[in-house]
Design a protein around this ligand. Structure first.
Ligand SMILES: NC(=O)c1ccc[n+]([C@@H]2O[C@H](COP(=O)([O-])OP(=O)(O)OC[C@H]3O[C@@H](n4cnc5c(N)ncnc54)[C@H](O)[C@@H]3O)[C@@H](O)[C@H]2O)c1
Ligand SMILES: [Zn+2]
Length: 660
């Protein structure tokens, strides 16, 4: 291979890697690598493209903004392109940027915090919020108005009555993120990696109640478009937007020269750990709006701004021990315990080591000096071994389960070491904790410590045993007074009446999360129907994959599990679903409900649509199959008539689904 060919090959490989990570990050909200490592890839590709312009691909990912819009949402074409930012990784590069600008510009700059969230556009007209959308690929984004309406810090009405579009960053406060991850770990769900992905995953949701529960917030950082008013500088627009009720870029500072800019970047760097939100950099912007126009943009970024990215903080410490925990599925997970260090504003002394491959690859041994990194709010991770201890050996996960002594084995599919014993007390313990957790059966007061006590007293060996517990048995446990014992018995009693998705999730069938449980229960009215379902039937349901279908069938094929279900039923636990789907009569059809209805509320009608396999949208388009119009239906009805979309009365719709 010639040198040129080698470079070309490297470039194509980098493009492919970057595209893969873009998809995980933007489209699936589930990145595999952290931003720092991702930025290394793009920097390398950009450097090669600059050096060898002839080898650069037409559609190189360095020229593209963000991701694709999901077909789950209506598309929105942005009136003003939502650009990305050119980023730099050293203060020298910030100076270069300013020096170059100052050849033609001698005005002020604004330095802002770069909030690590998700970019959105908000459009107002007549003083009302009329539409909100994601950035998407910068030109076409997704209509997420209903989701954005759940965010309290987004004003729904403003004093200004003209057309207005602003751009802001939706984020999840650090505290909310920490609580969410804690809950996800308790429920043994895959936790979000950082607040940015949590915000994106919460916002791009079909189920608006999830968005609402996630307590997102926003900072508005740009005036995209306005009619009937003009401004001279960016800082004036931010001040005016604040008067209109927007939360604008926090503590933005106007700087006169490069030294002030650099000082401010350093100050923000100091502040980052103590802020209530996650930041991944500082943005330097030309303040003069006329100058911005003059400077214009590249294919992807404005030329009047630059984003400085802070390096992730890394520290050295000594690895003192490795703790092994046996999870619900039997996987032995190793956790590093090291001398406490301060990282990104918090004290850390633990980091997950994932699996044996991770440990072997990095040659991690107890006593070694290790490097630990934490980028913003990201869970701390061991980057490398800095120095091996003199007698250090690469750690191996034990060959026997620390909880039951059974010989462990390697599960290739998860590259995990697992305890194969179905009666392993550690597994039972974790399953019971999961079963009782908030997202599952929600048995208040049945936390890890009580589960342990019940197991040690020999009272509980599986879920069904919980429903045979008596007041006297609980009272006899150490530390239980009458009141507490009664509360626990009452909470167990309440859980008998839970809807089926909770029970299903609580069973802990591999890969069957909270959402999947709901989907399954919409399709199957009770557990017997679900138990009778075949793999083909299950995997035909939207969002239920082949593997999940296999796991469900395998779970119910086991005699032991079938008996467990019978015993739960005998213990009075509800096994029917309240919200089961009646059919798929409306499959593939899209409805818009408008006006005042007489028999049902709009939400109820929407629920009927969904139960029958249809989809409900908030705005009428050519793709709308029917508009269901009640009394006083306004503009949506007019639009339907203009587009020739069929209009149904409430009664007609109810007849259609066999309700009348
Ligand atoms: N880990 C991964 O796999 C992966 C994959 C793709 C992208 N990424 C990360 O995503 C980023 C690239 O994404 P990008 O194109 O959105 O660029 P960017 O995040 O570097 O910068 C642009 C964004 O900054 C936001 N922003 C926040 N505060 C702002 C402020 N005060 N003023 C102006 N803008 C502000 C805007 O929403 C804008 O969209 C990089 O940090 C990269 O590391 C990571
Ligand atoms: Zn075991």
């Amino acid at each position: 291979m010639t040198d040129t060919e080698k470079i070309q090959q490297e470039m194509r490989q980098l493009e492919e890697q970057i595209r893969y990570h873009n998809d995980r990050y933007y489209n699936r909200d589930d990145p595999e690598i952290d931003d720092y490592d991702y930025d290394q890839l793009t920097q390398r590709l950009r450097a090669l493209e600059e050096e060898y312009p002839a080898l650069k691909s037409q559609d190189s990912p360095t020229q593209m903004v963000g991701g694709e819009s999901s077909s789950q949402f209506e598309k929105v074409t942005h009136a003003v392109k939502m650009e990305s930012l050119q980023d730099v990784f050293s203060v020298e590069q910030v100076r270069e940027f300013c020096d170059k600008l100052q050849e033609s510009y001698d005005g002020d700059y604004v330095v802002e915090m770069k909030i690590d969230g998700l970019s959105v556009s908000l459009e107002y007209d007549g003083g009302k919020l009329v539409r909100g959308s994601t950035r998407g690929n910068g030109v076409v984004g997704e209509d997420i108005t209903v989701n954005l309406r759940t965010i309290r810090s987004i004003p729904k009405t403003i004093a200004f009555k003209g057309p207005l579009e602003v751009r802001g960053e939706v984020y999840m406060p650090k505290k909310v993120f920490a609580a969410l991850v804690k809950q996800q770990l308790e429920d043994e769900e895959k936790p979000f990696k950082n607040p940015r992905n949590a915000a994106a995953g919460s916002l791009r949701q079909k189920d608006v109640s999830i968005t609402r529960a996630r307590k997102l917030s926003i900072f508005v950082f740009n005036l995209q478009r306005i009619e009937g008013k003009t401004f001279a500088t960016h800082s004036q627009t931010l001040e005016w937007l604040a008067e209109q009720g927007f939360l604008v870029s926090p503590e933005f500072v106007v700087c006169r020269n490069t030294d002030d800019i650099v000082d401010r970047i350093e100050q923000i760097g100091q502040l980052r750990g103590s802020l209530a939100f996650d930041t991944d950099g500082a943005v330097v912007k030309v303040n003069d709006l006329h100058q911005r126009e003059e400077l214009g943009s590249t294919a992807k970024c404005p030329k009047w701004a630059v984003a400085y990215k802070y390096p992730p903080e890394e520290k050295e410490t000594v690895l003192r021990d490795i703790e092994i925990n046996v999870g619900r599925t039997g996987a032995l997970t190793p956790t590093a315990l090291f001398d406490p260090i301060e990282l990104a504003g918090t004290t850390v002394s633990r980091a997950v080591l994932h699996n044996q491959d991770f440990i072997s690859e990095k040659e991690i041994g107890i006593g070694d000096t290790i490097v630990v990194r934490k980028a913003g709010e990201i869970i701390p991770e061991v980057v490398a071994v800095k120095e091996h201890a003199p007698d250090s050996q690469v750690y191996t996960i034990p060959h026997h389960c620390p909880a039951c002594g059974t010989e462990t084995r390697r599960s290739e599919e998860e590259s995990a070491i697992i305890c194969p014993n179905p009666d392993c007390p550690a597994k039972i313990y974790r399953s019971l904790v999961h079963f009782a957790s908030r997202a599952a059966m929600d048995i208040d007061g049945l936390g890890p410590a009580i589960v342990k006590a019940l197991m040690e007293a020999g009272l509980v060996r599986d879920f069904a045993d919980l429903y045979g517990l008596t007041f006297d048995q609980v009272l006899a446990l150490e530390g239980f007074k009458e009141r507490a014992a009664q509360n626990l018995i009452d909470a167990i009693e309440r859980s008998r009446h839970n809807d089926l998705p909770r029970l299903l999730f609580g069973l802990g069938i591999k890969n069957v999360g909270h959402r999947a449980s709901e989907l399954l229960c919409e399709r199957y009215g009770d557990i017997d129907q679900l138990m009778a379902a075949t793999e083909e039937e299950l995997s035909a349901i939207d969002n239920i994959g082949d593997i999940m279908a296999q796991n469900i069938v395998a779970y119910f094929a086991q005699e032991k599990n079938r008996q467990l279900i019978e015993r739960l039923r005998a213990g009075g636990v509800n096994t029917t679903a309240a919200q089961s789907q009646k059919g798929d009569a409306l499959a593939g059809q899209k409805f818009v409900v408008t006006g005042k209805l007489s028999h049902y509320t709009r939400d109820e009608i929407t629920a009927f649509i969904k139960q029958n396999g249809g989809a409900a949208a908030s705005s009428v388009s050519k793709k709308t199959s029917y508009v269901i119009a009640g009394e006083d239906a306004g503009s949506k009805l007019e639009k339907a008539q203009a587009l020739g979309v069929p209009v149904l009365s409430e009664d007609e719709f109810l007849q259609m689904i066999g309700q009348q």
